[in-house]
Every structure is written in C-alpha cells, then in structure tokens.
Write a protein that binds this ligand. Structure first.
Ligand SMILES: NC(=O)c1ccc[n+]([C@@H]2O[C@H](COP(=O)([O-])OP(=O)(O)OC[C@H]3O[C@@H](n4cnc5c(N)ncnc54)[C@H](OP(=O)(O)O)[C@@H]3O)[C@@H](O)[C@H]2O)c1
Length: 200
C-alpha cells in the first residue's frame, strides 16, 4: 500500500518519504526509484511531511506510531484494516474502528480514513481506470480541511473521492474492505476489482 500510493503521489510531484520497514535497503531502493523521494526513520518521515500515510499491518500500528514520536498538527491518512492474523474477519468493529483507535493514539493529529477499500494491486496498476470509469475512494474524518486535502490526493491519482462522513464512519468502511477481501480472495474475483458508486 505504501509503495504503490507513494509512487503515484511522487509521479504527481509530491515529495514522498518512505519509512518503517525491517529492511532499510528496501526503503532506499524504493526512494531511488522515484524522483524527489527519500527514505528514513518514521520520526524523520513525519517531521518532513504535511500528510502521513499509515499503511502497516494492524498488529504493527502501535509500534509504527511509537517509532514516529509525537505526531502533531499533521494529517494522518489511515488505510489500515484491522484484520485478524488469519484474515478471517475484523479484530475491531461495530462500536469502534481502526480509524478511531488510531485517532486515540495520536490525539493532536487529524486522522482521515481512506484508501482502505481499494486493493494494493490497483495502486500498482498502469491506470486506475476500469474502462472509462474511475473507482470510488470513500473517505471519512472529523476535520473538513484534512478531508479536503485527502480528497484532492485521491482525485489526482485517479479516484472519484466520496466523503462518507465523520471518522466514526470508518466502522462502515472497514467492513466494506472486508467485503472486498471476501469477493477477491474467497469468491474468486481476484484483486483487480474496485467499487464504483452510481449516482442519478
Ligand atoms: N494489500 C491490500 O490490498 C490492502 C488494501 C487496503 C488496505 N490494506 C491495509 O493496509 C495496511 C498495509 O497493507 P499492505 O498490504 O501494504 O501490508 P504489507 O505489504 O505487509 O506492508 C506493511 C509494511 O509494514 C512494514 N513493517 C515494519 N515493521 C513491521 C512489523 N513489525 N510487522 C509487519 N510489518 C512491518 C513492512 O515492511 P517490511 O516487510 O519491509 O519490514 C511493510 O512495508 C494493512 O493494514 C492492510 O490491512 C491493504
């Protein structure tokens, strides 16, 4: 998720800082593959950035946030899905969500849930288009300006952004991602699928 999205934003001229790998060489190679990119520690990445993408497996979220130090006055995009280790379901939900739990860990930041309902394969594809249609990118959060920034970041890499509401709506977006996993992995549709909302 991090490498796919980071490369897409780098192509659009953003300065991307790749971080949080157990293999620093992997991060350095990633940074070298796109112009204007860097690699370093989570604390360095956060200090250098206006927007932070949290894209770790659920079990490593606390470790990653701890390694980042104090995250203050940043927009934090949470694309995690709180999957159980065997992928059989969500470890949290209904009365809270990963998005809300992340926000509790970094109370001085503005958390926006986004990018969690789209498979990583789509970010690594040549194009986001399915025929002439852009996939929908649902996002939610409690800060209007942060959501506007995230909406623009989704739009510029080829998605149709749809504001799903407050951060508590992550309670709906995370099960939606679970539906995609069910369709892609259990029902045999594969991961080159995406959601598109129809309006009239
Ligand atoms: N994959 C998808 O299609 C998809 C779609 C939507 C949402 N998501 C969500 O996005 C998040 C990231 O997914 P992903 O597929 O990008 O996962 P991933 O490929 O496993 O990437 C996780 C990253 O965290 C790093 N990491 C550092 N310390 C770690 C540790 N102790 N344990 C595990 N990883 C550690 C890994 O780096 P090293 O391995 O180099 O150490 C890796 O770069 C997850 O919460 C997932 O549910 C995934």
């Amino acid at each position: 998720m991090g490498s796919g999205l980071g490369k897409l934003w780098a192509q659009k001229g953003h300065h991307v800082f790749f971080s949080f790998s157990r293999d620093p060489k992997k991060l350095a190679a990633l940074a070298e593959s796109s112009p204007g990119c860097r690699a370093g520690t989570p604390a360095e990445a956060v200090a250098a950035s206006e927007v932070v993408l949290l894209s770790t497996v659920w079990a490593a979220v606390e470790e990653a946030l701890k390694a980042a130090g104090e995250i203050k006055d940043k927009i934090v995009i949470d694309c995690t899905n709180p999957l159980k280790p065997d992928l059989s379901g969500l470890a949290v939900g209904t009365t809270t969500s990963a998005g809300e739990e992340v926000a509790k860990l970094i109370p001085y930041s503005r958390v926006v849930k986004a990018f969690n309902t789209v498979f990583a394969e789509i970010y690594h594809s040549e194009t986001r288009l399915f025929g002439s249609r852009r996939p929908t990118m649902f996002f939610c959060g409690d800060d209007a300006r942060a959501k506007s920034t995230v909406s623009a970041l989704a739009n510029e890499i080829g998605f149709e952004p749809i504001d799903a509401g407050t951060l508590a709506c992550a309670r709906y977006l995370e099960p939606l991602a679970m539906l995609m996993i069910q369709l892609g992995h259990k029902q045999g549709l594969g991961t080159n699928i995406a959601l598109s909302l129809i309006h009239r």
